[in-house]
Design a protein around this ligand. Structure first.
Ligand code: G6P
Length: 602
C-alpha cells in the first residue's frame, strides 16, 4: 500500500526520489508526487495522477536540491486526483508531508482545524497531519510531530520536511513499515527496502511510535538500534530480462523452494532444523492446537498448512483469514500456538491479532518473507521463507516458499510427537526433490501458454480441487480474477452438486486440479458431472495418466510427488495459465487495477 521515500545527502534528490518511487510502484500506483527543497530552500512540488513508471514528462523536470520526499499512492481516503496525491502541505506551505496508512479520526480533527481557520486543499486524511504540525510547530519539526501523534488514531508511516528547517527530514511509524537507510554521506527513509537498495544496504527499522530525525551526516532515533544488512541485491528486484515481474517470479519457483529448504533438512534423522524456533522448542512440545492466520494467497497456503499439520503432526489446526480472526472472539488457550503467515509481514489484518494474543501469553509464530518486518519482530519466534523480493502485486513464488515452510513445520512438530522416522525421512527426501520437479513443469510453459490462449475468450471460470488441492483451486481462481479481471470462482469439487453445477454449460469452463492422489477417483466423479453438462474441462493431472485425456478437453501434466507436497507443483500451471490469459487480454499483470501488493490498512 503506498510507498514513501526521503533523501538527504549531497547528491541531487530528484532522480533518487523518482527511481525509488518507480521501484516501489508495486505498492501503490494511482498517483505520485514529491517535494524537493531547491538551492534557495524553496519547495519544488510535483504531484500527478497516473503511474510514475509511465510518466514521460518527468525526464523534463529539473530542480537543484539535495533534500526531498516522495510518495506513490494507492488511494484510501479521497479520490484519485492531483490534489489528493502526496506530499500534502499546511496553509502557509511550510510543511510538506507524505503518509502511508489511515488516520481514523481525521474527520473530527479536520473539523476542529477548520474552525481554527485552517484551509484544506485535498479530501485526504493525510492533510490533517500537515495542519496539526503547523498548529504545534514551535521551531522543531520533531517536537511538533511527537505532540500531534498523541492525538491521532489509526496507522501511519510518515516523512515530513519544513521550509523553516530545510536540512532535516523527520519520520515516524505506527503499524506501517518504515526504515532508515544509512549510506556514505547520505541518509534515506523509505517504507520499502527496494526503494533505497541501490544506495545502501545498511538499514535501521523504525519501531512503532518512534520518531527518527535525519540531518546532514547525522541521524537520531530515541533508542540505540542495531543496523541490519539487507541480504538481497538490487538485481534481485529487477526483471532480469523477463517481460514482467510476475513471469520472472513464477519462473523462480524452483529456487524459491530450494531457498526455503536449504540447510534445514536433516535426511538421516527424518526431520528438519528450524533455528528460528529453537527458543520456543519446549513450548511447542506442549501445544495441542494451531491457529493459522493470514490473508489472500498466504491464506490459501495456510489452508494447506492446516491439512498437513493435522495429517502429519497430529495437531488440531485451523486456518483463518486475518480480517475475520481480528473481530470475532476466538477461544484460544495457552495450549494453542498462533501461526501468522505473510509474505510482507505488514498486512494489517494479519498483524491485528498478534498483540492481543501476546498479552494473553499465547505463543505466536511468524512465517514471513521480509526480514525485520513488523510480523517478524512482533511474533515470539518464526521461520523466514527466504524467497527474495517479490514485486508483482499478485503473490506467486512466495506461495511456494510458504507451502514448503509449512511442510517443514509439520515435520518439525510431527517428529516431536508421533511421526515415525520412516515417515519423516520420506517427507524430507521428497521435499528435496520438489525444486527439480517444479523445473520440469516450467519447461512446458509454451504448452500452457497455448492452452491459455484457447481459453482466453471465456468470461467465467470454475476451479475445483479436493483435499490438498482444494486451496489450490481457490488460489487458481484468485490469480485469474485478480490479474485478468475475468470472473473466476474456486471451490471443493464435492460442492459442485450443491449449487455451482447449475452454472455449467458449454460457455463455462472448469479447471480441475486432479493429480493421482487419494481423492483422484472422487475428483473424476466431479469432472464427469461437468462433462455430462457440456462444460469444457482443463485438467491438471499426474504424468502417466493417459486415461484422463478421454474424459477432459485439455490436460497439463505435473510430475508425481507425495500428496501433501503436490500443491507446490499443481499451482504452477495455474499461475502460468492466469498470467498468459491476462497477457492475451492486454492486462497490466504486475499492477492489476484497484489492488496493492501489501495491504497495510484495514
Ligand atoms: C495482497 C496481495 C496478495 C497477498 C496478500 C497478503 O492482497 O496482492 O498477493 O497474498 O496481500 O499479503 P501478505 O504480504 O500478508 O502475504
Amino acid at each position: 500500500m503506498c510507498g514513501i521515500i526521503g533523501y538527504l545527502g549531497k547528491k541531487q534528490a530528484l532522480p533518487i526520489l523518482i527511481s525509488g518511487l518507480r521501484r516501489m510502484e508495486y505498492r501503490g500506483y494511482d498517483s505520485y508526487g514529491f517535494c524537493v527543497f531547491n538551492k534557495d530552500k524553496e519547495p519544488f512540488i510535483h504531484k500527478k495522477i497516473g503511474k510514475i513508471s509511465r510518466s514521460e514528462e518527468l525526464s523534463n523536470l529539473t530542480v537543484e536540491g539535495t533534500t526531498g520526499i516522495g510518495h506513490t499512492r494507492w488511494s484510501t481516503t479521497g479520490a484519485v486526483t492531483n490534489e489528493n496525491a502526496h506530499p500534502h502541505f499546511d496553509c502557509d506551505k511550510n510543511i510538506f508531508l507524505v503518509h502511508n496508512g489511515i488516520i481514523e479520526n481525521y474527520k473530527e480533527l479536520k473539523e476542529k482545524l477548520i474552525s481554527k481557520g485552517h484551509k484544506f486543499t485535498s479530501e485526504t486524511d493525510t492533510e490533517v497531519l500537515c495542519h496539526l504540525v503547523e498548529e504545534n510547530y514551535n521551531g522543531s519539526l520533531e517536537e511538533a510531530l511527537r505532540k500531534i501523534l498523541k492525538d491521532i488514531r489509526g496507522t501511519y508511516g510518515i516523512a515530513l520536511m519544513s521550509k523553516k528547517e530545510p536540512q532535516k527530514i523527520v519520520a515516524a511509524r505506527l503499524s506501517s513499515p518504515m526504515i532508515l537507510g544509512v549510506g556514505q554521506n547520505e541518509l534515506l527513509v523509505a517504507s520499502d527496502p527496494s526503494a533505497i537498495i541501490t544506495h545502501t544496504r545498511q538499514v535501521i527499522t523504525l519501531d512503532d511510535n518512534e520518531v527518527a530525525v535525519l540531518k546532514p551526516e547525522d541521524f537520531f532515533i530515541l533508542k540505540e538500534k542495531p543496523m541490519v544488512s539487507i541480504d538481497w541485491t538490487p538485481e534481485d528486484a529487477q526483471k532480469k530480462g523477463y517481460e514482467h515481474f510476475m513471469l520472472k517470479e513464477i519462473m523462480e519457483g524452483p529456487e524459491t523452494i530450494e531457498n526455503a529448504i536449504r540447510g534445514r533438512l536433516i535426511p538421516d534423522e527424518g526431520t528438519v532444523r528450524l533455528g528460528g524456533l529453537d527458543s520456543v522448542r519446549n513450548r511447542l512440545n506442549k501445544i495441542n492446537r494451531i491457529v493459522l492466520v493470514a490473508c489472500g494467497t498466504a491464506g490459501y497456503a495456510s489452508k494447506i498448512g492446516k491439512y498437513m499439520l493435522e495429517e502429519y503432526a497430529g495437531i488440531l489446526s485451523e486456518a483463518e483469514i486475518g480480517s475475520e480472526f481480528r473481530y470475532r472472539k476466538p477461544i484460544i488457550d495457552k495450549n494453542t500456538a498462533a501461526v501468522f503467515v505473510s509474505q510482507s509481514g505488514e498486512t494489517a489484518d494479519t498483524l491485528a491479532g498478534i498483540g492481543e494474543l501476546k498479552k494473553k501469553d499465547i505463543l505466536t509464530l511468524g512465517i514471513t518473507n521480509v526480514v525485520g518486518s513488523t510480523q517478524a519482530r512482533e511474533t515470539d519466534a518464526g521461520i523466514y521463507t527466504r524467497s527474495g523480493p517479490e514485486i508483482a502485486v499478485a503473490s506467486t513464488k512466495v506461495f511456494l516458499g510458504q507451502i514448503a515452510t509449512l511442510a517443514m513445520l509439520s515435520v518439525y512438530l510431527g517428529r516431536q510427537r508421533n511421526m515415525s522416522l520412516v515417515m519423516g525421512k520420506r517427507i524430507v527426501s521428497e521435499l528435496a526433490r520438489v525444486p527439480e520437479l517444479a523445473k520440469q513443469i516450467l519447461e512446458n510453459k509454451e504448452q500452457i501458454k497455448a492452452i491459455a490462449e484457447k481459453y482466453k475468450d471465456f468470461k467465467n471460470f470454475w476451479f475445483i480441487g479436493r483435499k490438498y488441492n482444494f486451496p489450490i483451486a481457490l488460489e487458481g481462481a484468485l490469480k485469474l480474477k485478480e490479474i485478468s479481471y475475468l470472473h473466476a470462482e474456486g471451490g471443493a469439487s464435492g460442492e459442485l452438486k450443491h449449487g455451482p453445477l447449475a452454472l455449467v454449460d458449454e460457455n463455462f469452463p472448469t479447471i480441475a486440479v486432479c493429480p493421482s492422489d487419494s481423492v483422484y477417483d472422487k475428483m473424476i466423479l466431479g469432472v464427469e458431472e461437468v462433462k455430462v453438462r457440456k462444460g469444457p474441462v482443463l485438467a491438471i493431472a499426474t504424468e502417466g495418466n493417459e486415461r484422463i485425456k478421454e474424459i477432459v478437453d485439455d490436460v497439463i501434466y505435473i510430475p508425481k510427488t507425495l500428496e501433501m507436497l503436490t500443491p507446490m507443483l499443481s499451482v504452477i500451471p495455474l499461475h502460468l495459465f492466469a498470467y498468459y490469459i491476462a497477457i492475451a487480454l492486454d492486462r497490466d499483470v504486475d499492477k492489476p487495477r484497484n489492488l496493492a501488493k501489501s495491504v497495510t490498512v484495514e
